[in-house]
Write a protein that binds this ligand. Structure first.
Ligand SMILES: NC(=O)c1ccc[n+]([C@@H]2O[C@H](COP(=O)([O-])OP(=O)(O)OC[C@H]3O[C@@H](n4cnc5c(N)ncnc54)[C@H](O)[C@@H]3O)[C@@H](O)[C@H]2O)c1
Length: 334
């Protein structure tokens, strides 16, 4: 099977590419990535070491996308992944995150390829998520997607709708997974994306952090899933794509891996043996959410899959990776 991973030099894409290279022996894996993300170059070098080719093109350039070889399957991991960027750089986010999906769909139509799309928990309404924090309910696929959710969330949700239109008309088989917060080695965290990575790195290097928003005390809650659990799920999705297709599902760390930022600090202190100064800012962006915890019932039922790695293990694993790559990561985690 020939597989194209878009965003293949990103955190998720590069981990998937290398996992599949090692575990789907009969497959050929290529990547599409313009290397725009800070740190993508390091992942590009990892791909090269594993003999995975990267096409350095912009996904919003339709001519370039259509000129790529034919693939049986496209795994679309290409996006500007920071929600806040969709406020600052709306054109770039729109072009990458929505026009990019459109171009990939035209390519899939031409080549009769299947599509696995990485969507996001951010397709859900911000206002309704505020209400969910009060009763600590788990978020399932029926949760509201109609009210505002950020331009990032809008692009993800619109991409999902486009995929369904193309599938209806051109019989493309697709799987859409709305992931919660993903963490693991080769994630280059920054202030507005990759919070677990950033938190461990700042503790390890004894640098300052801030609790931003929701009273400034670190009360916001997210569930965290390890990248290896994501790789295992997508491997199952690939294996079964001819019998299980045209589904949209949530996947995330779930209730057992839900953690507040305050408690993340405690685990980082324990794992790194360092304590750092954490300042406090009361207000936050309109796009920020106080709570998201995944209801995995649907994905569990379909694939008999369950995330295995617990939060402490995730943090220990990332810390180990950071320790052994400290020098080269300095430029990339900020
Ligand atoms: N990381 C998470 O917690 C998370 C959670 C839910 C969903 N997702 C989704 O999973 C996918 C992968 O996320 P990630 O964390 O690996 O992000 P990432 O930023 O690490 O990877 C995205 C890659 O896309 C590339 N890229 C960006 N714009 C491009 C363009 N115009 N043309 C070509 N390449 C371009 C970047 O260089 C980068 O390597 C994204 O679709 C993201 O929205 C991620």
């Amino acid at each position: 099977m020939k597989i194209l991973i878009t965003g293949g030099c990103g955190f998720v894409g590069s981990n998937l590419a290398i996992y599949f290279k090692k575990n789907l022996i009969s497959s050929k894996i290529d990547s599409l990535d313009n290397l725009s993300r800070n740190g993508a170059l390091l992942n590009f070098q990892r791909l090269r070491k594993n003999k995975i080719k990267n096409f350095k093109i912009d996904i919003s350039n339709n001519t370039a996308v259509q000129s790529l070889p034919r693939y049986d399957l496209v795994i679309d991991c290409c996006a500007e992944a920071a929600v806040e960027a969709s406020k600052r750089e709306v054109d770039r986010v729109f072009n990458t995150n929505l026009l990019g999906t459109f171009n990939i769909l035209k390519k899939c139509t031409k080549d009769k390829s299947n599509l696995i799309f990485l969507s996001s928990s951010r397709v859900y309404s911000i206002k309704q998520l505020y209400k969910s924090k009060k009763n600590k309910s788990l978020i399932n696929e029926k949760f509201d997607t109609l009210e505002p959710k950020s331009i990032y969330g809008f692009c993800k949700h619109s991409s999902e709708q486009l995929i369904k239109e193309f599938s209806f008309l051109y019989k493309i088989k697709y799987i859409i997974t709305r992931f919660g917060l993903i963490a693991g080695p080769w994630q280059f965290g920054k202030q507005d994306q990759g919070v677990v990575s950033l938190w461990i790195w700042k503790h390890m290097n004894k640098q300052k952090l801030s609790y931003i928003g929701f009273g400034g005390k670190g009360s916001q809650i997210r569930d965290v899933i390890h990248i290896s659990d994501v790789c295992k799920l997508i491997a199952l999705q690939i294996k079964k794509i001819n019998s299980i297709y045209n589904f949209t599902m949530n996947a995330g760390g779930g209730k057992k891996n839900a953690i507040s930022l305050k408690d993340l600090t405690k685990i980082c202190q324990k794992v790194t043996s360092n304590r750092i100064k954490i300042s406090s800012k009361k207000s936050t962006s309109e796009y920020d959410i106080p709570y998201y915890v995944t209801d995995n019932s649907k994905v569990k039922k379909i694939y008999k899959w369950d995330p295995q790695k617990k939060i402490l293990h995730i943090i220990q694993d990332m810390y180990k990776w950071m320790l052994s790559n400290k020098k080269k990561l300095k430029k990339y985690i900020k």
